[in-house]
Design a protein around this ligand. Structure first.
Ligand SMILES: C[S@@+](CC[C@H](N)C(=O)[O-])C[C@H]1O[C@@H](n2cnc3c(N)ncnc32)[C@H](O)[C@@H]1O
Length: 252
């Protein structure tokens, strides 16, 4: 019998990343790409776990919460649990956090392949060599072949100006999604910010599941995604507690 065609869709919630992951079934997600709000972002100004970012006219909101490095073990354990067998996990990361995140993700069961470099093409802040790149750590659960073995480990794409704080270009996620998933697959981002991973996922015919603690981020993501695919955004209730209107939970 012919398989039903899966249409791209999205389902968003406003929730802590780890709590949201706990609400998802094991072995249910085909690809996870994420970009947590690292401690290092606020190294000089951090106070507790909620930190104000400098208010800027360029920002779509004033602040977001920092995710402490001490929570990496629970985060990576949940990411490993929700991913299906033979899948990939990509973690946007700066040079400082990479040394903390890599061994914790390995402890959770992932194989680390290598850091990819996102080359932003223009220089940013800093004194000791001004920053032009970020890392994307490439992990594997089980064994999965990349779809195109000719893609280089440096991904060049201009930084986003006047966007959400630390917004990543959807074009970077498009490369990762094309490499590590198929149309109809479920792609997730539990720190979705402006929803750039979701935009890339639904543009490429995938189903997107996302969450963020910040309601402004969820609203912004929903506004971007609603023009691309059918979907829904929920309040601060884990997705599994909501009716599965899109039938995502029953997907094989
Ligand atoms: C670096 S931003 C993500 C930017 C995103 N990649 C984009 O392209 O717009 C990190 C996000 O993590 C969110 N965040 C911080 N702590 C969180 C937590 N415990 N659970 C879920 N989201 C959290 C912040 O609100 C922020 O939107």
């Amino acid at each position: 019998m012919a398989q039903p065609v899966k249409v791209p869709s999205f389902n968003l919630s406003t929730c802590d990343a780890v709590e949201w992951l706990r609400s998802q079934p094991a072995d249910s997600i085909d690809l996870l790409i994420t970009d947590p709000a690292y401690e290092s972002l606020e190294k000089h100004r951090a106070v507790g776990t909620t930190t104000r970012l400098k208010h800027s006219k360029a920002s779509s909101n004033n602040w977001f919460s920092v995710f402490p490095n001490a929570r990496f073990p629970e985060l990576f354990a949940e990411v490993f649990r929700v991913l299906k067998r033979d899948t990939h996990f990509y973690l946007f990361c700066d040079a400082e956090t990479m040394f903390v995140a890599k061994p914790e993700a390995e402890r959770a069961g992932f194989r680390f392949w290598k850091p990819l470099v996102w080359d932003k093409r223009t220089i940013g802040m800093g004194y000791h060599y001004r920053s032009r790149y970020e890392f994307i750590l490439f992990f594997e659960k089980g064994k999965r072949r990349l779809n195109d073995l000719g893609v280089p480990d440096i991904i060049s794409s201009p930084r986003i100006h006047r966007g959400y704080p630390a917004e990543k270009p959807a074009a970077v996620s498009e490369i990762l999604i094309n490499q590590s998933s198929e149309p109809g697959d479920v792609v997730a981002d539990p720190f979705m910010g402006s929803g750039s991973v979701g935009v890339a996922a639904v543009k490429l015919g995938r189903c997107f599941l996302g969450t963020d603690l910040n309601p402004d981020a969820v609203q912004l993501s929903a506004e971007r995604l609603q023009f691309l695919a059918p979907g829904q955004a929920q309040g601060d209730v884990p997705a599994a507690a909501q009716p599965d209107l899109l039938g995502l939970a029953s997907q094989p």
